[in-house]
Design a protein around this ligand. Structure first.
Ligand code: G4P
Length: 530
């Protein structure tokens, strides 16, 4: 196969959801279809995901699991699929956001009884920022669910996108009869004998065939379905593939991942609607994924489990061309040409050393400590530099200091290095240097990681005092100097280690206050890095 065909058949997406909506279950079912795993229950189980927050040692051990399950590649119907896992639960961190920078589309799993939940909201924002296609899988229809129209309205209102239900549920919970495929005009029946089977036979059935429908789903359900579909056909958005690909219209699917109902039709529709690898922005315009020359950017760095060797794995998203194991490439930020050592890819559960990979793929390479998040690696003869990965607003803040004042130097070095790796963010009061270090994290577990690593790698014990702030915004534009702004009394001005100005807030009310009382003040939830 020519390298262009290899790229063309790649589909790289992230699955996003609030914990418990069914992300793991759906991922597992998708892997089963691809034949990548044989048994349900093989994907990272609950027991491992729910580790104690304070037990960082335990976490260290489990890192092996999160590395192998962070990207999963499998084949299905001629497509080569890369699923990116977005860690949730206590593992929720800035890494979760960064992973989305490597995806070309997102699948949003929603619990039909709950609708949109906080973590879905956060992750959706990042997808929307990138205008990538977003597909919605409304899960757990085998349980009591909210009214589907209400769910559609919630998605449209909260997320400001259009929705296009590809199929529509017929009842829910005990009365769940299946879904109606709007395009094919057929019913996928959810019946006892279909449960747990991989193939669910579709029953072609026109809505006008009253007798047949009554037989299939009963008189009352039939009436409701006909009414619903009429309403949908008349009032909902038209299907528009361009709008889907621009992230403006989300195709919606109803199903039940646990019973495997609706997963295969979802996968098939998804694969035909989503895109092959998308072009990426660089300092000098877009890079064509089909271009011959290799280029990639680093979106995640994972400290290795093996303590004897302080090595790390840098995860890269290939943006164009073909990667070859024996070739040398240019690390743009380091200005050096090098061979990427131990290139590996995750095939479902296993890590394998690879000889080649293509645009759309994620590879992990051995990092002797040279890579930073957002770095570009490319063919030396065709140098490009990708737009850096933004820094996202943390939501938890602490003031830290070293216990032993003699260890000031190690403390500063340690915190700075860990911040450079992107594990935490570091802020300080303007013009105060490192007098008082404020650290910020997207997930609280990152503080535990920081404390543990400072002690183990830098031999520094720290004191930590949590701050009540929950929001931080970068100042994009300001009519006055930050200390002359009209701010609520509990709002605080700080700087990050690039010297950029930020404001710390206790609540959303103070953010609105700042924006309303200072005309021309522009705040942002992330900071673009070039
Ligand atoms: P997550 O990765 O998004 O956190 O969710 P996960 O797939 O682990 O699913 C959360 C719980 O919801 C699990 O139950 C899972 O079995 C259940 N679940 C997932 N999809 C469906 C569905 O379509 N229908 C129903 N009824 N349940 C579903 P659990 O009891 O918390 O865990 P487990 O002991 O079953 O693993």
């Amino acid at each position: 196969m020519d390298y262009r065909q290899e790229i063309e058949r790649r589909r790289t997406f992230a699955i996003i959801s609030h914990p418990d909506a069914g992300k793991t279950t759906l991922t597992e079912k998708l892997l089963l279809y691809g034949g990548a795993i044989q048994l349900a229950g093989s994907v990272k189980g609950k027991a491992t995901a729910r580790h104690a927050v304070s037990d960082w040692m335990e976490l260290e051990k489990q890192r092996g699991i999160s590395i192998t399950s962070s990207v999963m590649q499998f084949e299905y119907n001629g497509y080569c699929i890369n699923i990116l896992d977005t860690p949730g639960h206590q593992d929720f961190s800035e890494d979760t956001y960064r992973t989305l920078m490597a995806a070309d589309s997102a699948v949003m799993v929603i619990d039909a009884a709950k609708g949109i939940e906080p973590q879905t909201r956060k992750l959706f924002k990042i997808c929307a920022m990138r205008h990538i296609p977003i597909f919605t899988f409304i899960n757990k229809l085998d349980r009591e669910a909210r009214d589907p129209f209400e769910l559609m309205e919630e998605l449209e209102k909260e997320f400001g996108i259009g929705t296009y239900p590809v199929n529509w549920p017929i009842g829910c919970g005990h009365d769940f009869k299946g879904v109606f495929d709007r395009d094919r005009r057929e019913i996928l029946a959810f019946q006892e004998f279909h449960r747990g089977q991989n193939k669910i036979s579709a029953i072609e059935c026109e809505l006008t065939d009253t007798e047949r429908l009554d037989e299939l789903i009963g008189h009352l359900m039939r009436e409701k379905l006909v009414e619903d579909i009429e309403l949908l056909d008349g009032a909902s958005y038209e299907f528009d593939l361009d709008a889907v690909r621009a992230g403006e219209l989300s195709p919606v699917f109803f199903g039940s991942a646990l019973t495997n109902f609706g997963v295969e039709p979802f996968l098939e529709n998804f694969l035909s609607m989503t895109t092959s690898p998308l072009p990426r922005e660089t300092a000098d315009g877009e890079v064509d994924p089909m271009g011959e020359d290799f280029s990639a950017f680093v979106f995640k760095i994972q400290a290795n489990m093996n303590k004897a060797h302080r090595d790390r794995i840098a995860f890269m998203r290939i943006c164009s061309g073909r990667f070859e194991r024996d070739k040398e490439y240019l690390h743009v930020q380091g200005g050096k040409v090098l061979k990427l050592a131990q290139p590996q890819q995750m095939m479902a559960q296993e890590r394998a050393i690879i000889n080649e990979a293509f645009a759309g793929d994620i590879i992990g390479v051995f990092d002797p400590g040279i890579f930073s998040i957002g770095d570009t690696v490319c063919a030396a003869k065709h140098k490009v530099q990708f737009e850096g990965i933004p820094t996202f607003a943390p939501e938890h803040f602490s003031v830290i200091s070293q216990v032993d004042t003699m260890k000031r130097k190690q403390f500063t070095k340690g915190v700075t290095q860990i911040a450079q790796e992107g594990a935490i963010q570091m802020f300080h009061a303007p013009n105060s240097g490192m007098e008082e270090v404020i650290v910020g994290a997207v997930g609280v577990l990152q503080f535990e990681v920081l404390e543990y690593r400072l002690k183990n790698e830098y031999n520094v014990d720290i004191r930590r005092r949590d701050l009540s702030y929950g929001y931080i915004r970068w100042i994009e534009k300001t009519p006055r100097k930050p200390d002359e702004l009209n701010l609520a009394s509990d709002t605080r001005w700080v700087q990050d280690f690039h010297g950029k100005d930020l404001l710390l807030f206790n609540n959303e009310w103070s953010i609105r206050w700042a924006e309303q009382k200072n005309e021309g003040l522009e705040l942002s939830e992330f900071s673009r890095n070039w």
